[in-house]
Design a protein around this ligand. Structure first.
Ligand code: FAD
Length: 447
């Protein structure tokens, strides 16, 4: 097999993957469709264009999971972080970036690299031979999307995400909420208690509906068609159809008895479902929404039991092409049915510039190691990069898989540290210390 690594898509992930593989000594070709074929969100022909906000979010590598990902990418000589640092703008604790010089310098660095070539043009079919990484992002071109679907089956490549808010389990008040599956369904005790339920009285329900209806909503971007209506209506659209619609939909109270107050039948119930194997994250069932982030937190904290909820991520609905990675990819990011093809970036079901670039870094290193005949273990689970890859290729619930940001809920708990809000600072420091050590060892194993 030809030892060139071909990368489709020169965005955050493809650019980083190319840089890592080229630095390892592999010849790389990046196939980028822009500017010949455009997307509704990109404006330039540059590699690694930031399509919307100019922020890489928190740069705190002790108390924040994104900041930790920054740290890991810097430690691994990441191109995206290197150029983000070079073109940093003042933004307090966040890493904001001067977007045009940033993407121009990523492009230039790759153009100048002796092992990298950039070919402009759309790839429309899945390659049959050679080493490939597909990093075509949330706006993967329609033709390539169709080719991927022919390989994976149509139900395993989505074109929209419909994300319900995700809550840290330890921030749910269990003196109000209780565990129970509707009608106690399930073979095992764990199945019969698979959901966390939050009860509402009539006045609480009415106030909640008022708040949902009054909240600010995000509009779809121009050119982003609203093809999301099948089976995943935003809760505000349901509420607009009638004040009782939610109570007969995701908030129906039937088949449930409040274990904290069995004599009183709730008027409505909000259910949360386990979102990862660790049991640290729960999603609010059926609560996909286009409400803006600000109002979302306050509206969802009106739900009894969630007054102090800590959100691992808020809800949203976006145009977003992504794989059902838990069923399709192995932990080396290879397509199980065609192991010569890896996927990286947002198309794997991570979300955001930083997470996408991190998945590119990992895919680039894994692909280069394989080509050079020095197989490499994927990043350790206790690192931020490893927590993400373990989530999307194994830890996440495949049936309800939706894109994920990096967050501490993806990390294995640390023994002996205090839970809840009070222990948070020590716990986060514990996670980041453990991650830095594991990541450094992983890097050393490659030198
Ligand atoms: C409208 C919108 C707003 C967003 N806002 C934010 C935000 O504010 N903050 C944030 O962190 N994230 C945001 N995201 C998500 C962000 O786009 C991604 O996290 C990040 O850019 C993903 O990196 P990537 O490399 O996977 O994909 P991209 O950066 O999108 O790169 C994919 C590349 O593949 C190319 N491509 C696609 N199909 C083909 C093909 N068939 N052949 C060749 N090339 C192809 C594209 O032209 C593109 O250059 C937004 C996404 C969208 C769609």
């Amino acid at each position: 097999m030809d030892n060139t690594l071909h990368i489709i898509g020169g965005g955050m992930a493809g650019s980083e993957a190319a840089w890592q593989a080229a630095n390892a000594g592999v010849q790389v070709v990046i196939h980028e469709m822009r500017p010949k074929v455009e997307t509704f969100a990109h404006r330039t022909g540059n590699l690694a264009e930031m399509v919307c906000s100019n922020s890489f979010r928190s740069d705190d590598d002790e108390q924040n999971a994104v900041g930790l990902l920054h740290w890991e990418m810097r430690a691994a000589n990441g191109l995206i972080m290197g150029m983000a640092d070079r073109h940093r703008l003042p933004a307090g604790g966040a890493l904001a970036v001067d977007r045009d010089p940033f993407s121009e310098s990523v492009t230039q660095a790759l153009m100048d690299h002796p092992n990298v070539r950039v070919e402009y043009g759309e790839i429309t079919e899945l390659p049959t031979t050679g080493h490939w990484i597909i990093a075509t992002g949330p706006l993967t071109s329609d033709k390539l999307g169709a080719a991927i679907q022919r390989e994976t089956g149509s139900e395993r490549l989505a074109f929209f995400d419909a994300i319900a808010p995700i809550v840290y389990a330890d921030s749910i008040d269990m003196s109000v909420a209780w565990e129970q599956s509707r009608y106690d369904k399930g073979e095992t005790e764990a199945e019969r208690k698979a959901y966390i339920n939050c009860p509402m009285t009539k006045p609480q329900y009415e106030a909640f509906i008022d708040a949902v209806l009054a909240s600010d909503k995000t509009e779809f971007h121009e050119g982003e068609t609203a093809g999301y209506f099948d089976g995943c209506l935003p809760i505000e659209v349901m509420a607009e159809r009638g004040r009782e619609t939610l109570r007969h939909g995701p908030m129906k109270p039937v088949g449930l008895t409040n274990a904290n107050d069995p004599a009183n039948k709730p008027y409505a119930v909000v259910q949360l479902r386990r979102d990862n194997a660790l049991g640290t994250l729960y999603n609010i069932v059926g609560f996909q929404t286009k409400m803006k982030y600000g109002p979302q937190s306050s509206v969802f904290r009106m739900i009894p039991g969630l007054e102090n909820a800590n959100f691992a991520r808020l809800g949203g609905i976006h145009r977003n092409t992504f794989l059902n990675s838990p069923t399709l990819l192995d932990d080396q990011m290879r397509l199980r049915s065609r192991p010569n093809i890896r996927f990286a970036g947002q198309v794997t079901g991570v979300e955001g510039y930083v997470e996408s670039a991190a998945m590119g870094l990992l895919a680039g290193r894994l692909a280069a190691a394989e080509i050079l005949g020095k197989p490499l273990q994927t990043a350790p689970q206790d690192t931020a990069m490893g927590a993400l890859i373990h989530h999307i290729t194994g830890g996440a619930e495949a049936k309800t898989f939706q894109p994920m940001n990096v967050n501490f809920g993806l990390f294995r708990p640390l023994d002996g540290l205090r839970g809840g809000r009070k222990g948070r600072k020590d716990r986060y420091k514990g996670y980041t210390d453990r991650a830095k050590e594991a990541f450094s060892q992983w890097l050393e194993s490659q030198s």
